[in-house]
Design a protein around this ligand. Structure first.
Ligand code: NAI
Ligand code: MG
Length: 332
């Protein structure tokens, strides 16, 4: 069976790293039908819209979408695209690879971030000239859905330790936000208990100290929306740079995969961007579509290249995007 994958390169280095990831997917014994679609700053200049309806509809109807990055229009593109795929969880692994100069070489964590509500639900108001407010939305249903995903993730051995016994850590601030994070905490811990999954908890501020001091204590980390955004960026800083970090926005029957980085205007067009984040995002896509061994093969090939080279400039090397991509394909 062929999988329909919508490919949105976007702007800047998205136009370089996404084709690299597609080249890697084409090297796998899996049938893909790639459908190119447009979004981002250049699309807005050409059509007046950063995310044309046609692109939204293609992503909504596809089996999965691979997205690069958009420039100034990032929020106008990525937020609706996450909605198009009905995503309720943002999966963000941060792993320090051998051969990469990482601040904390022992880091191997996966953030599972609530992707629909919290303070990003968009209820901001200007009540007067000097007063603005934000309404935080937390539902038991979204919190439970995230927790159910986390339990499956751990039980299937998809956590960093690969061991169903590893459980997960839930980070929250329920001691202060008693109503909203209280609801989140209660729902997540209740699901873990029902599913027989081991769950620890951390207050998110203390966690922001403990994680960089000793990341090896942690594996799968479940967070509300804003906390997950901030803490996973913190973890990104521990593993050696934006060029390495993939992510997945997973929905009920669809998903969108994207590197964490943006359009890197400082190096765009030079052919020197690190394709690793986009290729690892493609590996997550392959696994999501049910081809777990092939996803692991891609990961192994990437790890081999990170360890032995060639490497791009952000990792201290001088290789081009194409040279790194060819080395990954070679190993496959
Ligand atoms: P950025 O991630 O584009 O770049 C930050 C730094 O990391 C730059 O020095 C860049 O050269 C480097 N970098 C990033 N990815 C790299 C890669 N694959 N290989 C080598 N070096 C890499 O973030 P920045 O500069 O804050 O944003 C630039 C533009 O990207 C902005 O217009 C922003 O709105 C957009 N953006 C879009 C995102 C998205 O579409 N999801 C996410 C983040 C930013
Ligand atoms: Mg962010």
């Amino acid at each position: 069976m062929s999988h329909e994958v919508v490919v949105i390169e976007g702007d800047g280095i998205g136009r370089e790293v996404v084709p690299a990831a597609v080249e890697v997917l084409e090297a796998l014994p899996v049938d893909f039908e790639f459908v190119a679609a447009e979004a981002g700053d250049e699309t807005r200049e050409a059509t007046g819209e950063a995310l044309p309806d046609a692109t939204y509809d293609l992503a909504a109807d596809a089996d999965a979408t691979l997205f690069g990055a958009a420039g100034e229009t990032a929020a106008d593109v990525i937020l609706p695209l996450r909605e198009a795929v009905d995503s309720f969880v943002n999966v963000r692994p941060a792993k320090a690879y051998p051969g990469v100069d990482a601040l904390r070489p022992g880091t191997d964590v996966v953030f599972l971030r609530e992707n629909t509500e919290g303070v990003y639900a968009g209820h901001e108001d200007r009540l007067s000239e000097g007063l603005s407010t934000l309404t935080r939305v937390v539902t038991s249903s979204a919190s439970r859905e995230l927790a159910e995903y986390a339990c499956e993730f751990v039980t299937d051995g998809r956590g960093p330790a690969g061991d169903p016994e590893e459980g997960f850590t839930v980070a929250h601030k329920a001691n202060v936000m008693r109503e909203t994070d209280g609801r989140f905490r209660e729902a997540v811990l209740a699901v873990a208990e029902e599913r027989g999954v081991d769950a620890d908890e951390e207050l998110m501020d203390a966690f922001a100290t403990k994680l960089p001091l000793d990341p090896s204590q942690y594996g799968v980390i479940v967070c509300p929306n804003l906390a997950g955004d901030v803490l996973s960026d913190l973890a990104a800083g521990l593993v050696g740079g934006l060029g390495l970090l993939p992510s997945a926005n997973v929905g009920h029957d669809n998903a969108l995969f994207e590197p964490v980085h943006g359009t890197a205007p400082d190096i765009a067009g030079e052919g020197v961007a690190n394709p690793t984040a986009a290729i690892l995002s493609a590996a997550m896509l392959v696994e999501y579509l049910g081809h777990v061994p092939e996803g692991q093969q891609v990961r192994n090939a990437v790890e081999g290249v990170l360890s032995d080279g060639p490497r791009t400039g952000d990792l201290g090397g001088s290789a081009t995007t194409d040279e790194v991509t060819a080395a990954v394909v070679d190993r496959l």
